[in-house]
Design a protein around this ligand. Sequence first.
Ligand code: ADP
Length: 271
Amino acid sequence: MTFAASTYRAYSQLPRDVQTLLRDRLPMTLSTGERAAPTAPAAKAASSKATTVTLRNVSKTYANGTQALADVSLQVKRGDFLFITGPSGSGKSTLLKLLYGHEQPTGGEVIVNDVTVSSLRGNRLAHLRRRIGVVFQDYKLIPRRTVSENVAFVLWAQGFTRREINRRLWPTLKMVGLQGKAQCFPEQLSGGEQQRVSIARAVVSTPPLLLADEPTGNLDPDNSLQVIKILKKLNSIGITVLVTTHDEHLVRLSNHPVIQLRNGILHHVRR
Ligand code: ADP
């Protein structure tokens, strides 16, 4: 079996929500099981272009009439670390979904890396998404795959060589403190460890932008702090980080800029 065929088979056997998470990170050719062309590491591509996020008068009203965001304007510069706070239902997830093109704005403009996200389709949207790491509250790990396999999966699928995968895998696992758990399965890990696997997966291909949607939502205070420390470490090596949280305490423990959403309206809390 060819490399790409085995990758495709592994992909097609994944639970549906995991497929949804990974689909747009994979080359289009994988949907037909063809061989994927190796992708250059994102950090290299990133070095030529500043990563910035711009929202210009963005509104989002869902099909059922719920207005999630109203006239939101925001600029995030390359290398920033931004907390997005607000109560449940205030529009935090929606804002992140607009950034990685999972939802489209109903008004205004969303620009990531100098391109208007809503203008992208197909390969160009997939390309943008491969340069954005995403971390979710519920981890979305592949259940019957080890920690190593979970982290390496996106690299395999993007056609990285085994040597390159190993070169990236071990430092990434070390960075999240999981080198000793590489052969464990998700169910053998604590919630904090599972979240650290999902962070490793999000950054192993060195995306210049990391979006973390309530990454500490299921964690106790100690594990939450550990996750935030890892996100800060990633920020210190140049990754732009946007984190949503409704945990005000966590936000108070650091001095990064904070915006707050209330009923879809943005307020600057700390610049
Ligand atoms: P938060 O992340 O702050 O909890 P969300 O962005 O998930 O907020 O949701 C903002 C508002 O949009 C809420 O009222 C929510 O019910 C609504 N909403 C979110 N997703 C959808 C959807 N797919 N369809 C309809 N309404 C939605």
